[in-house]
Design a protein around this ligand. Structure first.
Ligand SMILES: *Cc1c(COP(=O)(O)O)cnc(C)c1O
Ligand code: SF4
Length: 334
């Protein structure tokens, strides 16, 4: 009888257990995949630690050292190269209040937490000084004040880290405060959790999304079709059923998805889950990730093939983020 409270429908905290129980050891990850023999290759002393949920590892091909999902999380020796920047997209210049980036007209980006369920080696925020830039202890007061006095802002983008690492109560508190600002009409959530921890899409979250007055867009982040298996498709279908708009952004990554065939499969898989491709980002020149860089000409070539092979709505916009520009910069094919 004592456990009944824990098992109340829809309030399972399975996802929090899964989050905490992620693999953080290179040796354990290689053991799980039967790849102990490549032990000398990865680095073990990175300041950006390994972190990967077990459900994501289960989607990797055992015995394949070049698995596109593994490549995204395994610290490579080439990370020690010193080329690249620590703040490649000029975030620190755009900080209006702690954790609030106002770079683009009409919309702001709120860094809700520094935490992520997974550590992606190519992450452009891997050097971001989260601890000094986060609103402290979820006190959003300064960001809320800023928004209240900027009535040209119509859209708030919850980002991070990953905003869905926050539990439903914290999210609700934040969203309720935002709802009280009348000129904010749209809410956007940038999250990788439907892809890397699909159990996060629990009933409490669905209920919260349904009751907010905002027009809501959820931008997921999948780079490869293998990331979207049964559980992920199911989570996305549950989100789609609430009537929110679902989009995907990817990063073009050498050795992961730098072929037209791979990106075509991804677009088709996304569409099957009710998600449309939005952006395909050129890698931000971040220190420690330059080995993922795909040259511009190659990117354009891939993009041209996508246009020939897919309906226009399944072709993501190829973009690059240039510090100081008023929007993402499209990479054109002419
Ligand atoms: C990418 C980004 C946005 C959103 O840009 P969209 O083109 O609307 O998707 C907003 N703020 C910041 C700081 C960004 O980096
Ligand atoms: S989930 Fe997003 S913010 Fe977090 S490490 Fe991956 S790319 Fe970076």
């Amino acid at each position: 009888m004592r456990n009944i409270k824990l098992l109340k429908a829809g309030e399972s905290t399975d996802w929090q257990f899964e989050l905490a129980n992620a693999i953080t050891s290179v040796d354990e990850l290689l053991y799980e995949l039967g790849l102990e023999h490549i032990k000398n290759k990865p680095v073990r002393n990175s300041d950006f630690s390994l972190r990967v949920p077990r459900s994501f590892v289960n989607k990797m091909q055992k015995g394949d050292a070049d698995d596109p999902l593994l490549m995204q999380v395994l610290p490579a020796a080439s990370e020690n190269a010193l080329s690249g920047l620590t703040d490649p997209v000029g975030d620190l210049n755009a900080m209006a209040t702690p954790g609030l980036l106002h770079k683009y007209k009409g919309r702001v980006l709120l860094v809700t937490t520094g935490a992520c369920a997974i550590h992606c080696r190519y992450c452009f925020r891997r050097h971001f000084p989260y601890s000094s830039s986060n609103p402290r202890k979820n006190e959003w007061q300064r960001a809320i004040e800023y928004l209240r006095t900027h009535d040209d802002v119509h859209e708030v983008i919850l980002s991070g880290g990953d905003p869905l690492v926050l539990d439903n109560k914290k999210l609700e508190r934040l969203c309720t405060a935002l709802e009280q600002i009348p000129h904010i009409q749209w809410l956007r959530i940038h999250t990788r959790l439907p892809v890397v921890l699909p159990s996060r899409i629990d009933n409490g979250l669905i209920t919260l999304l349904q009751k907010l007055r905002f027009r809501i867009t959820l931008v997921i982040h999948a780079n490869h079709a293998n990331e979207l298996m049964r559980d992920e498709l199911e989570a996305l279908q549950r989100l789609a059923a609430t009537g929110i708009t679902l989009l995907n952004q990817s990063v073009l990554l050498k050795g992961v998805n730098d072929s037209a065939a791979s990106l075509i499969s991804l677009s088709k898989r996304l569409y099957q889950a009710g998600v449309l491709p939005y952006y395909l980002h050129m890698l931000d020149p971040v220190q420690g990730a330059m080995h993922f860089d795909v040259p511009r000409n190659r990117a354009i070539e891939i993009q041209n093939t996508l246009k020939q092979e897919l309906p226009g709505f399944l072709v993501p916009r190829l973009v690059k983020e240039m510090p100081g520009e008023a929007s993402k910069t499209a990479i054109f094919t002419i």
